[in-house]
Design a protein around this ligand. Structure first.
Ligand SMILES: CC(C)(COP(=O)(O)OP(=O)(O)OC[C@H]1O[C@@H](n2cnc3c(N)ncnc32)[C@H](O)[C@@H]1OP(=O)(O)O)[C@@H](O)C(=O)NCCC(=O)NCCS
Length: 467
């Protein structure tokens, strides 16, 4: 039905364009005539000549640059951060350079508060979320689906799947007590409703040559009706306390919000895979001189990979993928570590969660592609309810160029049914963006360390993917 309508619309647009062209009757030189003829032939087939393709690419890039918000608005920085100024993080208003390493050094487990922080209202309680119980996963899923991150215009809200949450929050050696919610007692119904959540998972990273075990903090969220009541600082303090109880004193987290003080600022780039849907839901806009049929052509991808040897990763590849990753990670000033258990956990394919492919030649794995699935609810559209987004995880290229491997990732994501492919400009990803028609997203994703100072890090020197 949809396709038929689309075909009719396409035909209509084609006819309109032809009429417009006929009206102009330009004076044509001989060279122009052959160029015009090529154009006409291309338009009839709804394909683009090379020069048109270049012009349109430039037009799209220009439009996307205009739409993109400034990277680091001065106004993003608040005058005063009541909570964050009390934390061991570098501050905006202090010029004195802080030494590399810890800010707060004289920490001792025995000095820590032994019980959770007091909650500000009667009826609120701390509760660990048990990710081995399906009913608790269901509750967390519903809570985040309704309250987690939205874009500025409230058009999209992240919709992490239940399987994704379980995968992410039960990584090897996770600590159940680092998955913390605040619940409200409903005495009439004798039920507890989640009103806040924060999660920590243990990871190991290298920061400019310094190896450290720390907590990755994710999914900070407060129910909409409970916002601006200072529950977020309480969740942060409580997860910090529980991390310290494990004799760990550092954390890493990302946020779109400007807080004191990022060590890196990165940008998302988006590659359209399903142009019609993305235009319909206003995820993307077409330049004035491009119609849908031509945009579809511009973003068209083959269904077959242009290189042989790729297949989904299997358990037997864990060792080789581990070795590839280890070597690849060494190239970056700030990067993660994955032992074999972690490689198994994070990269073995899980449907609708994580997709990984190896390129094999004579039993040797040479290249690796991985992306994960993070849909968003579409909040303001009659018929489309979910935006299917693939997020780049790792692309390790040894026999291919960055552009070639990224093109394979796009084809695999498109074939798996995703509408858009999102990728940060970290690692060597940026090398592929322009030629493969990625558009720049608005705003910046900032990276922060808690209780650790390091030099400002360029996105290309960073290889940490936090979800
Ligand atoms: C982010 C969120 C938890 C903050 O809660 P809130 O009720 O708006 O804010 P509170 O009154 O509890 O706390 C305000 C403090 O939290 C800080 N804060 C706001 N967003 C933050 C973030 N993403 N990470 C860490 N601290 C944050 C504020 O800067 C402020 O501290 P300050 O006084 O030092 O400036 C809430 O807005 C929310 O759930 N948003 C949707 C999900 C989301 O964006 N999560 C963050 C993902 S990175």
């Amino acid at each position: 039905m949809e396709d038929k309508k689309e075909e009719e619309k396409k035909e209509e647009i084609k006819q309109e364009e032809k009429k417009e062209e006929d009206k102009k009757e330009p004076e044509k030189s001989k060279e122009n005539i052959s160029e015009e003829k090529k154009k006409e032939e291309a338009q009839n087939k709804n394909t683009l000549t090379e020069s048109e393709q270049k012009a349109l690419m430039n037009e799209i890039l220009k439009l996307e640059m205009e739409n993109a918000k400034p990277a680091h608005k001065k106004s993003e920085i608040k005058e005063h951060y009541e909570f964050w100024e009390s934390q061991p993080v570098p501050q905006f208003n202090k010029d004195a350079p802080v030494e590399f390493g810890e800010i707060w050094k004289d920490h001792k487990v025995e000095d820590l508060r032994k019980t959770p922080f007091d909650l500000p209202e009667e009826g609120l309680e701390w509760k660990d979320v048990d990710m081995t119980k399906q009913n608790e996963i269901d509750k967390l899923y519903e809570f985040l689906k309704t309250n987690y991150v939205e874009d500025e215009d409230h058009m999209f809200r992240f919709d992490y799947s239940k399987d994704f949450l379980k995968w992410h929050l039960t990584s090897p050696n996770y600590f159940p007590e680092w998955l913390i919610s605040i619940v409200q007692l409903d005495t009439k119904k004798n039920k507890k409703k989640m009103v806040g959540f924060i999660a920590g998972i243990p990871i190991k990273v290298c920061i400019h040559g310094y190896d450290i075990s720390l907590a990755e903090i994710d999914f900070l969220c407060v129910k909409k009706e409970f916002r601006n009541k200072r529950l977020a600082p309480l969740l942060i303090r409580e997860v910090s306390r529980r991390i310290h109880v494990r004799n760990q004193w550092w954390a890493v987290y990302t946020s779109g919000t400007m807080l004191p003080k990022p060590f890196a600022q990165t940008t998302y780039y988006h590659r359209n895979l399903n142009v019609k849907k993305l235009v319909d839901i206003h995820f993307t806009y077409l330049p004035h001189n491009m119609n849908l049929a031509r945009a579809k052509n511009l973003y068209k991808l083959p269904t077959e990979l242009p290189f042989s040897g790729f297949r989904p990763m299997e358990e037997k590849d864990v060792e080789q993928v581990h070795d590839l990753l280890e070597k690849f990670e060494q190239k970056f000033k700030v990067h993660g570590y994955y032992d074999k258990d972690q490689v198994k956990h994070w990269f073995l394919p899980r449907k609708n969660v994580v997709y990984s492919y190896v390129r094999e030649d004579n039993n040797k794995v040479t290249d690796f592609i991985s992306f994960y699935s993070l849909p968003s609810s579409i909040l303001q559209h009659e018929s489309y309810k979910k935006l299917m987004a693939a997020y780049s995880f790792f692309n390790i290229n040894n026999t291919l160029t960055v552009k070639e491997i990224m093109k394979c990732a796009l084809i695999l994501a498109k074939n798996a049914g995703f509408d858009v492919f999102n990728c940060l400009n970290i690692m060597n990803n940026e090398e592929a963006f322009q030629d493969l028609l990625f558009g720049k997203g608005g705003g910046k994703l900032k990276y922060y360390f808690w209780n650790f100072v390091c030099p400002e890090t360029e996105p290309k020197d960073l290889s940490l993917v936090l979800m």
